[in-house]
Write a protein that binds this ligand. Structure first.
Ligand code: ZN
Length: 533
């Protein structure tokens, strides 16, 4: 005979008072005694999720839930009690899969709030309750973020933790605080504190000294500076700082939200938290909301440096093996084999040594002129030839295309998708309400009719969900098509390239070219990765 388990988790928000874990356990015990379910509870099988661990994480990331599942998998549990299905998970898909896992193990599930008993009720009921719980929790979180959005529009800082270098005015020393408030500053506005020196140093090193993030990290850590939480700096934190508009005095809120999605790398039904970037139209913003720590000019320079170095970093890493700008890209037009680069040192008339590089067909190199008679070709000359062809091509393209209007039309498509998504979401809300009503009127219908109606609503919800997912992926595709913008970025980068720096030139070629074909000294074909056509 297996045991009876209780899973309890407190809810967040306004109603949390009185809804403690202890209270839930007591309620469940009371309920079990009154009903005809004959169980005895063993303290070992009371699973209490404490603190906020039950909030932002997915189901199996919660310690108590994991222990419960383990006990179930070990066959120790026969029956599980919950106060409500909403205690289970915020995501209905996850709730439903987990419920299936329980029923496959023959475990009986009882939820007090919904009066649901898996031995008595149809499993579709459980699904409807799960969808309702998810809708309910989404509404709560929307409400919360709306409040924050309004604060942000007013130029106030809505999070409890402030960014490094800033304090809320209300948290400053009394003298300064009173002075600022009497000048009309809002107590929830940001104001630079002593840590702002760290921010100044980071921007100075990056923009004026040209240091990379790695070097900056070790410098500030060695100096004894620490993050807001007292931790050491790392490259990600430096990037976040360099990208944060808060340091020029602006408040930007709502750049992303989180959603639970299927984990592609996990064959089980686990869901992971995914960050969804929202379009700029949806951000709440207030410029010049508080005193800046960094000049606008410096900040802009940092942004463009980040974009530039990003490209170089990605490609430089991937193609580290190739030493010469066209290695791996250059193909002999006569035999179709790759061309390799070699160095030779010549003596000039005056007796100085001069090194020069040239590309050789690898067939010619290994099998001789009788197999392929491709000439050796001066590397520097060829590289600058390829570069100017590419440069002109980009230049021509950008001259004839209106980058802004292309980006604009992309935005319009996205807006259209957004509209459709809202429609579907509204529709889904209606369906969920319908199923709620249906449930309330359960007793009016005979079982067969009820089940039929119930099934129909469920299927409609399912198909709406599918449509919504399709729209979401369409939206992502549109985002991926920002090639015009890409080309203008590559073009800007090309203007800055130092041709004596072979690494820089190589990184550029690798990021925009797929191959270059030559025949003797003529470039016969340039295949670029840019969608110029
Ligand atoms: Zn050849």
């Amino acid at each position: 005979m297996g045991n009876a388990a209780i899973y309890a988790r407190s809810s967040l928000g306004k109603n949390r008072q009185g809804d403690t874990v202890e209270h839930q356990v007591a309620m469940i015990k009371e309920f079990a005694t009154r009903s005809d379910i004959m169980v005895e509870f063993d303290d070992n099988y009371i699973f209490e999720e404490d603190g906020e661990s039950g909030y932002k994480t997915t189901l199996l990331q919660r310690p108590a839930m994991r222990r419960l599942m383990e006990s179930i998998d070990n066959g120790e549990i026969e029956i599980v009690f919950f106060k409500g299905i909403s205690r289970f998970a915020r995501d209905s898909g996850e709730t439903i899969t987990t419920a299936k896992r329980l029923s496959n193990k023959g475990v009986r599930v009882i939820s007090l709030e919904e009066n649901f008993d898996s031995f008595r009720d149809d499993p579709t009921m459980f699904q409807i309750y799960a969808v309702m719980a998810e809708q309910e929790s989404r509404k709560t979180s929307v409400r919360v973020s709306l409040g924050n959005k309004q604060k942000a529009r007013m130029g106030l800082w809505s999070n409890s933790t402030t960014p490094l270098g800033y304090s809320k005015i209300k948290d400053l020393e009394d003298e300064l605080k009173n002075k600022l408030v009497s000048k009309g500053f809002h107590p929830h506005s940001l104001y630079p504190n002593d840590d702002s020196i760290i921010i100044e140093i980071i921007f100075d090193l990056y923009v004026n000294k040209g240091w990379g993030r790695k070097k900056i990290v070790s410098h500030v850590n060695e100096k004894g500076y620490r993050t807001k939480k007292g931790n050491l700096f790392n490259e990600k934190i430096i990037s976040d700082i360099l990208n944060n508009e808060v340091y020029v005095g602006n408040i930007v809120y709502g750049k992303k939200r989180y959603e639970y999605v299927q984990d592609d790398e996990d064959s089980s039904s686990r869901k992971v938290q995914k960050e969804i970037k929202l379009s700029e139209d949806d951000w709440a913003r207030k410029d010049n909301a508080h005193p800046p720590i960094v000049d606008e000019d410096v900040f802009k320079k940092a942004r463009s440096l980040i974009a530039k170095r990003k490209g170089m970093y990605n490609f430089g890493k991937k193609f580290n093996a190739a030493k010469h700008p066209l290695t791996g890209l250059l193909v002999c037009g006569k035999c179709g084999q790759t061309m390799i680069c070699q160095k030779r040192t010549n003596k000039t008339k005056s007796g100085d040594k001069k090194e020069y590089r040239y590309y050789v067909c690898s067939t010619y190199h290994t099998k001789g002129r009788s197999v392929c008679n491709q000439k050796n070709i001066n590397a520097t000359k060829l590289e600058s030839g390829v570069f100017s062809k590419l440069y002109n091509e980009m230049n021509e393209y950008l001259k004839n295309v209106d980058v802004e209007s292309k980006v604009e039309s992309q935005k319009n498509i996205q807006k259209q998708y957004q509209k459709e998504m809202t429609l579907i979401e509204n529709n889904m809300n209606k369906k969920v309400n319908a199923s709620k009503t249906l449930m309330e009127m359960r007793d009016v219908y005979d079982k067969e009719t009820f089940m039929q109606l119930n099934k129909e609503i469920n299927e409609e919800i399912k198909s709406l969900r599918k449509q919504l997912n399709e729209l979401k992926s369409n939206m992502e595709n549109v985002e991926g098509e920002s090639f015009v913008y890409d080309i203008s970025l590559h073009f800007e980068r090309a203007k800055d390239i130092n041709h004596d720096n072979l690494v820089e030139l190589r990184d550029f070629f690798k990021s925009v070219l797929s191959s270059v074909i030559i025949s003797n000294e003529d470039i016969t074909e340039i295949n670029s990765l840019l969608k110029i056509s």
